[in-house]
Structures are given as C-alpha cells and as structure tokens.
Design a protein. Structure first.
Length: 276
C-alpha cells in the first residue's frame, strides 16, 4: 500500500513539474529609474501618480528619492533615466553640461515657513524677507536641511534675498540636519523650531507637535518642478524610449490630471503647469 501511495505521489509531483515547465512565463514589466526629490516621495505624490503611469504603459518606475543636488549627481553618474526635481538653476546647469535632454516645467506648489505657535521671533503674517531678518536677529531654533536639496537651495536663496549672509550669521541656534524633508520636519517638531518646508510634505506630515504655517503666499516662495530625460549621448545605458514615455506621460493631459487630482484632506498638493 505504501509503495502504491508513493508511486501516486511521485506521479503527481512529476505531472505538476511538467505543467510548470510547459506554462508560459509572464514577463516582468520593463522599468526605469527616476531620480527625484524627497518632497515628491514623502508627500505621497508618487504613490498616487506612478500606478496610473504603469497602468497606462506597463512600465514600472523605481524612484530614488534624495535631495535635488544628489538626484542630479545620479544623472551625472548615469545612474538614472529621468530627473524629476525642483531647483531650476541647478537643472539648467545640468542641461548646459550636456547631461539632460530638454527640461520641461511639470508642476508647482510653494514653500512655507513653519514655526512654533508661540512664534518667539514674531514672524507670523510677514513676507519671507522680513521674517528671516527677524529670525536672524532673535536667533530662535531654526532647522535647515543642508542637504543639497531644492528646498535647501530655496532657503539659501531666501536668506540671500533678505540680505543675510547665513554662513556668517548662523550659530548654535541654526541646526543643519543633512536630511530629507520628513526627517527635518521631525527635528523641527522635536526642537519646536522654525524651518522652510515644501507645502506638499507639510500637508502629509503627521508629527506636527506645536508647529504651524507662519509665512506663506510670498512670490519668493514659489516652487517649480521640472522633468527631463538623462542624455543617452552621455549615458549610453539610459533607457531612452521608456524614459521618454514617462516624460511624455507626465506632461500629457492624463499625467497632468493625475497630478492635479492628488489631495490630502481636500487640499491639492501640486498644480500642473506643463501645458502653459
């Protein structure tokens, strides 16, 4: 009896193996690597945007979310197919160096100055120039990403526009984290500190503690995002066709509508402007 059962089991195993061998393999989706910012990742935009792209094209997207400077350096090392970042001056330099192909505006939002409700520097409701001057005078705790990101570049520009040499002014009150937007917000929450954040990540951030938006709506706080293919002439392994499909899709009406439809608590986080 045992021998009979053993023969039956072996026959079943052999039959199952034959079925597996005969079954056609389902090919994995092609994929591209997109070097992008922590703000697009930590705001939740990509979790909303990328499934729609993959559904439309059957192309998967592997996102490496770092500061914009680091994302552009990935392109210079030929470690990415597409750049999706937010520091236009740095992006244009990337293009001049020959590493990018035709940068396009894709969407925008804005930066906001976050700080404690007690507002020890008394900046609430001011423009960003006046607010930074007051912070530089009062020297309350201030968190800076200091990570070569687009947000950090915007912060540096804002200090300069306000007439403040932050390298000479900063001291123990000025905390440089070298981290992404989410960790920097966590640090600010723990220290009850001021910092400049992109609105998208702030809206998706849960650990706010005593922090709130104190300065917003200043034209100097405009935050433009751009997208471009890494140049295959510089980087022969760039997936030109697949990457080009991603760029074309996010700039298309379907991609722009998908960006516009992303909301948290009813608030729109990013505003498409590729068609302008």
């Amino acid at each position: 009896m045992k021998n009979t059962l053993s023969l039956v089991n072996r026959a079943r195993i052999a039959f199952g193996a034959a079925l597996l061998a005969a079954a056609p393999l389902v090919p994995a989706n092609d994929f591209i690597t997109v070097a992008s910012t922590t703000s697009t990742e930590q705001s939740g935009l990509f979790k909303h945007l990328l499934p729609a792209f993959t559904k439309a094209t059957h192309i998967d997207v592997h996102v490496v979310a770092v500061g914009t400077g680091q994302a552009l350096d990935m392109g210079r090392r030929c470690d990415a197919d597409v750049e999706f970042v937010h520091d236009k001056a740095a992006e244009e330099k990337f293009l001049r160096e020959g590493f990018g192909v035709k940068r396009s505006d894709v969407m925008y939002n804005d930066f906001v100055l976050i700080g404690p409700r007690s507002d020890p520097a008394h900046v609430k409701g001011l423009g960003i120039d006046a607010a930074l001057k007051k912070i530089a005078e009062a020297k309350p705790a201030f968190v800076s990403r200091a990570d070569k990101s687009g947000t950090w570049a915007a912060e540096v520009r804002a200090w300069k526009h306000a007439g403040i040499d932050i390298e000479k002014t900063k001291g123990p009150w000025y905390k440089e984290t070298g981290s992404g937007m989410g960790p920097a917000l966590n640090t600010a929450s723990g220290m009850n500190a001021y910092l400049l954040a992109d609105r998208g990540t702030w809206l998706s951030f849960k650990n706010r503690g005593d922090l709130e938006i104190l300065v917003e709506g200043d034209p100097e706080l405009f935050n433009q995002y751009g997208v471009m293919l890494v140049n295959p002439a510089k980087c022969p392994h760039v997936k030109k066709e697949l990457g080009g499909k991603f760029v074309d899709w996010v700039l298309s009406p379907a991609g722009q509508e998908t960006i516009a439809s992303y909301r948290i608590g009813g608030q729109q986080l990013f505003f498409p402007n590729a068609m302008r």
